[in-house]
Design a protein around this ligand. Structure first.
Ligand code: AMP
Length: 493
């Protein structure tokens, strides 16, 4: 299928052609005709499938030409969970609508509202918004949604994950009953399916390649490595590899900062993007990354959500995500819109359970690369309870580090499957610190070296206790290389 077959205006065809889009992606081919026909739509698609154009292009076509002189009421609202995504969606509206007289604006929290209010007062046809700021500005009387014709709820499942669903419902209550509604969600949890049932009228259902087959198109590799050696492995890998645009995911904000520092020491240009960074420094990091000024962007999931970077050749999971679906979202950033890509994941002992969940979700084992300089040597969970008290500043840094990043718009966002994660951390087949603190210090070790076990075969094999001994270190220890583990602490040479 060609874009011409979609009965698009010449102005839109020209804009997409200039962006180098040769043919519509499956979600665009399926969604554009019914949206142009005025139908409600439910789209199961994740970021990276071209879903923004799937709604932005027909909306621009429907809005053009109908503009009122003088006052311009908001006629289309796109509600999206994060500011990064909001910015990128508006950028798409500007790119696709380059040759059309349709005006758009974007509003999101975390920055002063002055310029956003000014933009609204000038009049906009399309408003892209995050839910918290939109409700604030509605309550202050700066936004009137009374003339709305089209409502897009983007990344609905993320809204739920991030605890925004209440705000979303509040926004929906402000909308005219008679409107066209499009709902996009990568997954369809019960709560979103129920919401869809109440806000959509006789929707067309459009589903693009199920997640697992999207994942199949991406080359995946697994490196088993101890937590303390992950940064060294990352530096080593980046020195070996040629990719000039690499997105690295860490579990925590401090973890992201530490990775950036380590890469800096190795002369690898990197910046971090996470919730502790100001909006301007996030935008700067993203722009430096997109322009090729820096090679590596280190991100937490929340901050990275919605980052639109095409032709990303390599994604590295420095830490495995707690929620298996997040793995699919993360690696979906490579191999986008039909391009191939590589996703590399690091996994330490404590993450084997997460690896098992991910492999279950994607329905296959991630091929393991056993031959690297920092193979896993620690086959025991971290014994946090046995650590001596740390100095105060060190303790507070680590404690904040242990906090998973919260949603940027407000604190207290609900993290899906937190219970499951806690269970995984504290129960299951792992020994608790109390169980392990016997008379003599012991160390649990999986029998046999890791390379003999086929990649990710069955997660941790039944454990057996063996006395602590100095581990054979491969390769020969470098200064600062961790060589031994005793009573839960690492010793540096
Ligand atoms: P999205 O899923 O909307 O975030 O889009 C993912 C990436 O695919 C973006 O960089 C788009 O610019 C790009 N893209 C969208 N549609 C097409 C297309 N038809 N052909 C090539 N690239 C596209």
């Amino acid at each position: 299928m060609r874009f011409q077959d979609l009965k698009l205006l010449p102005a839109l065809l020209r804009a997409v052609n200039e962006l180098g889009y040769r043919e519509p992606t499956p979600i665009q081919a399926q969604a554009i005709p019914p949206v142009l026909a005025g139908r409600d739509l439910i789209g199961c698609a994740q970021t990276g499938t071209g879903k923004t154009a799937a709604f932005a292009v027909p909306i621009l076509q429907m809005l053009q030409g109908k503009g009122e002189r003088g006052h311009r009421p908001i006629r289309a609202l796109i509600l999206t969970p994060t500011r990064e995504l909001a910015l990128q969606i508006q950028e798409c509206f500007q790119q696709y609508g380059k040759y059309l007289p349709v005006r758009s604006a974007v509003i999101f929290g975390g920055v002063g509202q002055g310029p956003q209010v000014e933009a609204l007062e000038r009049g906009v046809d399309v408003l892209v918004a995050t839910p918290g700021r939109l409700n604030d500005l509605c309550a202050q009387g700066h936004v009137d949604l009374g003339s709305l014709e089209i409502f897009v709820l983007d990344e609905a499942d993320r809204m739920l994950d991030m605890g925004f669903i209440h705000d979303v419902r509040k926004v929906i209550a402000r909308l005219p009953k008679k409107r066209q509604t499009l709902l996009f969600s990568a997954t369809m949890p019960q709560e979103i399916a129920e919401l869809a049932g109440t806000i959509l009228h006789d929707p067309v259902r459009v589903e693009v390649t199920p997640q697992s087959s999207t994942v199949d198109a991406i080359e995946q590799r697994l490196y088993r490595v101890d937590k303390v050696n992950k940064r060294r492995l990352l530096v080593w890998l980046l020195q070996q590899r040629q990719e000039q645009t690499v997105l690295v995911f860490t579990a925590t904000k401090h973890g992201a900062d530490r990775v950036v520092k380590e890469l800096g020491r190795a002369d690898i240009a990197a910046m971090a993007i996470h919730g502790n960074k100001s909006q301007s420094s996030r935008v700067r990091a993203l722009e430096s990354f997109k322009s090729g000024e820096i090679r590596v962007l280190v991100a937490t999931d929340i901050a990275a959500r919605g980052i639109d970077i095409s032709q990303l050749p390599l994604v590295i999971n420095f830490d495995l995500p707690n929620v298996p679906e997040t793995y699919v979202h993360r690696i979906g950033r490579t191999g986008r819109a039909g391009r191939s890509g590589l996703a590399i994941s690091f996994c330490n002992f404590d993450e084997l359970g997460l690896l098992k969940d991910i492999e279950k979700l994607i329905g296959k084992k991630i091929p393991e690369v056993g031959d690297h300089p920092w193979p896993m040597e620690v086959f025991a969970p971290a014994l946090k309870a046995e650590r001596p008290p740390r100095r105060r500043e060190e303790r507070s840094a680590r404690e904040s580090d242990a906090q998973p990043e919260q949603a940027p718009e407000r604190s207290g966002g609900r993290r899906r499957r937190r219970g499951a994660q806690e269970k995984r951390d504290g129960a299951g087949d792992r020994k608790s610190p109390v169980q392990l603190s016997g008379a003599a210090p012991t160390k649990t070790r999986r029998p046999g070296p890791p390379k003999e076990t086929p990649a990710g075969e069955k997660g941790p094999a039944p454990q057996q206790k063996v006395p602590v001994r100095k581990l054979a270190s491969t390769p020969p220890p470098l200064p600062g290389h961790v060589v031994a583990v005793a009573d839960g602490r690492f010793r540096r040479k």
